[in-house]
Write a protein that binds this ligand. Structure first.
Ligand SMILES: [Zn+2]
Length: 321
């Protein structure tokens, strides 16, 4: 196919929606990226004429995008599965750079360590979200399976999974990206909202700490917590009669699960704090500000819960065929 023709026959193009915050300046100069400056102002770098894309994977080779004259890649390469092969990640990143991309994100898929990694490194199987019955959660839209191991939902409150997510972000920056994009940025908060999770030891412990910081002893007593020090939230929920996922789901619908609103608030704040932490880690590694984007799918209220932290949103918004 001639390079000047748009390969609409097979390619899927995902147009990135960039809503940049804050708009701190009005740029009149052509957008450039000064490697010596310490900050990146998206409003100062983006031009109305910029074309932002969000590929890796489904769009095929980067040069198929040339007819669109892209200048921003808002999703980018993902180090998932490539942590032991940084040279491959670097090569893919360089391919974008050679196209003249000025703002290049690296993506971190925060949903799962992947079935392959969970099989190869089984310790990560213990860093996954579990429901009230202790069953590992599988994202319902994922149906892959590697030698019997499913892509279990990683718990973003578990130190081991956090460590892997951080390693992926660092790998992307080290490969040459100057923005960070987070897919499934809500982490365990989404699992709590929609999949009846997470009741792992780390979530239960962190929730107890969060409650003690949020409420006075009298307020906790009013909520039914007599002694915060000995609170085991998983046990509290089970003792209230919600021992299976089905019972728990019914209970949340009926608003009968104790402290459920507080549990969701805790998970929401924990997810936002992790997004901020990832951005800070990327910036420290890069030695400059690193704009952070999130896949705020459909821009729903839940997905926008960390909008005050993100610098841009990037989501699938259309398909050309
Ligand atoms: Zn957990």
């Amino acid at each position: 196919m001639p390079r000047h023709k748009l390969p609409v026959r097979t390619a899927e193009y995902f147009l990135a929606l960039l809503l940049c915050t804050p708009f701190t300046s009005s740029a009149t100069e052509p957008a450039t990226l000064d490697n010596h400056q310490n900050t990146i102002s998206l409003s100062g770098l983006l031009q109305h004429s910029d074309i932002a894309l969000m590929p890796e994977g489904t769009n095929g080779p980067p040069d198929t995008m040339l007819p669109l004259k892209p200048t921003v890649v808002a999703w980018g390469n993902d180090a998932v599965g490539l942590l032991t092969r940084p040279e491959v990640l670097k090569k893919r990143t360089d391919a974008y750079r050679q196209l003249g991309i000025k703002l290049l994100a690296c993506n971190v898929w925060m949903l799962t360590a992947t079935d392959r990694v969970l099989y190869d490194q089984p310790q990560y199987q213990h860093a996954t979200c579990v429901d009230i019955a202790g069953t590992r959660v599988v994202p319902p839209w994922l149906d892959s399976n590697y030698k019997g191991v499913k892509p279990y939902w990683g718990c973003t409150n578990h130190p081991l999974f956090r460590q892997q997510v951080i390693a992926r972000a660092k790998a992307g920056i080290n490969a040459g990206a100057n923005m960070l994009h987070l897919d499934d940025h809500l982490g365990t908060y989404a699992a709590a909202q929609f999949e009846g999770a997470c009741f792992c030891d780390h979530c239960v412990r962190a929730f107890r700490d969060w409650l003690s910081e949020q409420y006075s002893p009298d307020e906790l007593k009013a909520l039914g917590v007599e002694e915060i020090e000995s609170l085991d939230y998983r046990q509290l929920v089970q003792d209230a009669g919600f021992q299976t996922l089905a019972e728990y789901r019914k209970g949340t619908w009926a608003k009968k699960v104790p402290l459920h609103d507080q549990f969701l608030a805790f998970q929401r704040e924990a997810a936002g704090a992790f997004v901020k932490e990832l951005g800070d880690i990327a910036a420290e590694l890069a030695g400059r500000d690193v704009p952070v984007g999130v896949n705020a799918f459909n821009l729903s209220p839940t997905q926008l819960s960390d909008a005050h932290i993100a610098d841009f949103f990037c989501q699938r918004s259309g398909t050309l065929r």
